[in-house]
Design a protein around this ligand. Structure first.
Ligand SMILES: Cc1cc2nc3c(=O)[nH]c(=O)nc-3n(C[C@H](O)[C@H](O)[C@H](O)COP(=O)(O)OP(=O)(O)OC[C@H]3O[C@@H](n4cnc5c(N)ncnc54)[C@H](O)[C@@H]3O)c2cc1C
Length: 460
């Protein structure tokens, strides 16, 4: 492979070092490496990378500026499309989106679009580039529920168009999964997430935290009493699923969301914080998705031996290949083709082990993946003192059950059309609340579409 076909390598903390700290794993490019990598881009006439981006960033446009060291210009180009570039550069599944479509990837390695986006956004933050540009006020109020990527994007786009936007957030901090779910070592909170939220606030967006819509105030009250003319619901899918096996209520069993929230949002990994979290000596993380990888790598950093327990084989793991690779490098143990049947407890009700069976792969099921079936006489006990269930999440029904005329489907997701319009006039929705657990960029794409539709609705 000639040099043009190979990526400029990016530096990372060594696995044995990072497995013991919460600092960011990827150290990113410096200016020279960013320009070198940008110069690999062929500036295709018909750029397939843009088609692969759910918010259609002009990727060759920003890269052509980075090529010549005009990083401010590159940041301004990205800001036309995305309010969270430092986040997306770090957590988007680029390999199946922009980079997955890059023509260089056919015979060699795709341009490192994600790492270039991360570099550009970090450069613009460090150099205090002001990206806030808004139209004159329209004098119309819009309420946004939830401050995850869907809500933040919708709010930012509407504020740019001159709407008076207030975000209502249930937690004490804004950011949704970006602050409570994705660990610090993949996405630094103070330096990256909070800084991008500050940029959205600079557009004029107000964020009211500690407001649980459906309890503190309802959507109907926001419209009738508080005179909001449109509402966007971006309340995510934060309700964890469990297996329903005996012992799941024992002390020492967490949902991945609870475990990660305690560590990320409540800073349980810092000595000066007194948030309780018990990672134990040996932890089983049940599930094979990205959330399971995050929980395992977090447990490992808290000093535990971390086991991923997954019922299919390694090739069916739903987590991103990069996450699995990083987890393995750091020492996470993968117990695949293994399914828990019962959680065993000691006389005080604490976890002391997990009964499991070994599995085999049978015929493909409805999802097209080979169905795991129990191997006969394969029962064994995995001795663990903590279990983290990471089996997916669904939307919390609080909002739909407290709003007149807001319908949900059989998966508890809000029913909305292509533009995000729900079954209630003036109420739009997007992100995980509509799709179920998905990705940051899809939530952002939905927030963008809904902002355009709300603008059209309020301009009539
Ligand atoms: C651990 C973990 C790791 C992940 N890793 C990745 C990754 O690497 N890459 C990727 O692309 N995606 C990842 N995801 C998925 C991604 O984070 C989500 O798809 C995305 O955050 C969804 O955005 P959202 O805005 O729809 O919802 P959320 O981010 O869930 O935000 C919803 C917000 O609404 C608030 N809220 C809920 N109910 C109410 C209410 N009644 N009143 C007021 N506020 C309310 C919540 O507190 C929350 O702040 C991960 C998810 C998890 C859990």
């Amino acid at each position: 492979m000639n040099d043009r076909m190979k990526r400029t390598p990016v530096t990372e903390q060594a696995p044995e070092v990072r497995a013991k700290n919460f600092k960011e794993v990827c150290l990113g490019y410096n200016e020279d490496d960013a320009m070198k990598e940008a110069n690999r881009c062929l500036n295709c006439k018909n750029p397939k990378c843009v088609e692969g981006c759910p918010v259609s960033i002009n990727i060759p446009g920003f890269i052509s500026k980075a090529k010549i060291g005009n990083f401010e210009g590159a940041a301004r180009e990205i800001a036309k499309y995305s309010a969270l570039p430092a986040v997306c550069g770090r957590v988007c599944p680029q390999e199946s989106q922009c980079e997955g479509n890059c023509v260089l990837g056919i015979k060699g390695e795709a341009v490192a679009i994600g790492k270039l986006e991360m570099f550009t956004a970090d450069w613009s933050r460090k150099n205090k580039v002001d990206l806030s540009q808004t139209e004159p006020s329209k004098g119309k109020k819009v309420a946004v529920i939830g401050s995850g990527p869907a809500g933040l994007t919708c709010a930012g786009d509407l504020a740019k168009k001159g709407y008076d936007v207030t975000i209502f957030e249930a937690l004490h901090e804004a950011g949704g999964v970006l602050v409570y779910g994705i660990p610090e070592f993949r996405l630094p909170k103070d330096e990256v997430v909070k800084a991008e939220i500050e940029n959205i606030k600079k557009l004029g967006v107000t964020i009211e935290t500690n407001v649980i819509v459906g309890r503190t105030i309802t959507i109907d009250q926001l419209i009738e009493d508080e005179k909001f003319e449109a509402v966007f619901v971006g309340s995510g899918a934060g309700l964890p699923k469990f297996m329903g096996i005996p012992g799941e209520n024992a002390n020492g069993v967490f949902s991945a969301n609870e475990f990660l929230t305690r560590v990320n949002l409540m800073k349980a990994f810092k000595e000066e914080y007194d948030t309780p979290v018990k990672a134990g000596k040996k932890v089983a993380i049940v599930g094979g998705g990205n959330v399971a990888m995050d929980a395992a790598r977090t447990a490992l950093r808290l000093g535990a031996e971390a086991h991923i327990v997954y019922r299919r084989s390694e090739s069916e793991l739903p987590a991103r290949a990069e996450e699995v690779h990083h987890a393995k490098e750091e020492g996470v143990i993968f117990d695949v083709l293994t399914n828990p049947t019962e959680i065993l407890t000691d006389e005080n009700g604490w976890v002391k082990g997990m009964k499991c069976v070994k599995m085999e792969l049978g015929e493909p099921d409805a999802s097209g993946r080979r169905k795991p079936v129990v191997k006969e006489n394969s029962e064994f006990v995995l001795e663990v003192d903590t279990v983290i269930m990471s089996l997916g999440t669904s939307p919390n029904p609080l909002i739909s059950s407290t709003t007149k005329g807001l319908e949900i489907n059989g998966r508890a997701c809000l029913v909305a059309n292509e533009d995000g319009l729900t079954t209630k006039e003036g109420v739009y929705a997007g992100g995980d609340a509509v799709t179920g657990a998905a990705t940051v960029i899809l939530a952002m794409g939905a927030g963008k579409k809904a902002a355009a539709a709300i603008d059209e609705y309020l301009s009539r």
